[in-house]
Design a protein around this ligand. Structure first.
Ligand SMILES: [Zn+2]
Length: 265
């Protein structure tokens, strides 16, 4: 496969993309180059490769109190994720806190491996409710299979194909390309449709986990406020859908009973 030209690779991928289709939990048809299981497999390798440089510098989970705080929040969200999508109980749910005060970012890969950068918590001075909204939104992307969708897009991108072609150690298989694509996908923007889906699912996951839905609005307000100061990877990969703030605000009355019921438990 590696002897193919870049153009030929792209044509093959385009044909695959047209022929592949799946429906996600929001009921939307998605074009897919790889299955969700393949995305999970590729993400597992991409996860290790993404975290390795931080691990080598001692920048993973270096603040024990913050690790406990973040784990408490994500554990409650994951419990609700498993209710929403029963098969996600088999995922390898976990979260890492990356000590990088200059980067405002967080992600959840296919298969449930998550990370949050200290820059997001510090620069936004994020409350537990706001962290829950960020991670709920990220978990929602994974549950709605946006990960496989983004990997599919990344697979056909010049960036991934270029790395794949010039790489001597990448195995000449679709899994080799998918692993590179899974890393590239972390830097690609989600579509605005995906953003709207993740907003709706995320605020509900957080409410059912006992986190205040008002924090979804305050979170994006804070994001907008700190943007322009650099390091805001999160906003470049999560473009604003039309009327994000208004849509989230309108969802609050519907979310409050779920939030209150969880608080009363
Ligand atoms: Zn998003």
């Amino acid at each position: 496969m590696k002897s193919f030209s870049l153009k030929a690779l792209k044509i093959i991928l385009a044909v695959l993309l047209i022929s592949a289709c799946a429906t996600n939990i929001a009921g939307r048809k998605q074009l897919m180059l790889i299955s969700e299981n393949e995305a999970i497999k590729a993400s597992k390798q991409a996860y290790s490769q993404t975290l390795q440089p931080f691990a080598e510098e001692g920048k993973l989970d270096s603040d024990p109190a913050l690790v406990i705080r973040v784990n408490n929040i994500t554990n409650r969200l994951v419990k609700q994720a498993k209710v929403l999508r029963k098969d996600s109980a088999n995922w390898q749910w976990s979260v890492k806190v990356i000590d990088d005060p200059n980067t405002v970012n967080a992600w959840c890969m296919a298969g449930g491996r998550m990370a949050i950068y200290t820059g997001l918590i510090e620069k936004l001075d994020a409350s537990d409710d706001e962290i829950a909204q960020v991670m709920g939104h990220e978990i929602a992307h994974a549950l709605a299979n946006h990960s496989a969708e983004r990997i599919s897009v990344a697979m056909a991108s010049d960036m991934a194909l270029g790395i794949y072609q010039s790489s001597t150690n990448a195995s000449a298989t679709s899994t080799g390309l998918a692993t590179i694509a899974a890393q590239v996908a972390l830097k690609l923007p989600n579509s605005r449709t995906s953003e709207s889906e993740a907003d709706k699912i995320g605020i509900e996951l957080a409410a059912r986990a006992g986190y205040d839905p008002h924090a979804a609005v305050s979170l994006w307000k804070k994001m907008a406020k700190v943007s322009g100061h650099g390091g805001l990877e999160f906003l470049s990969t999560h473009p604003a859908p039309k009327n994000r703030e208004k849509t989230l605000k309108n969802l609050i009355p519907k979310m409050m009973p779920l939030y209150q019921a969880a608080r009363d438990k």
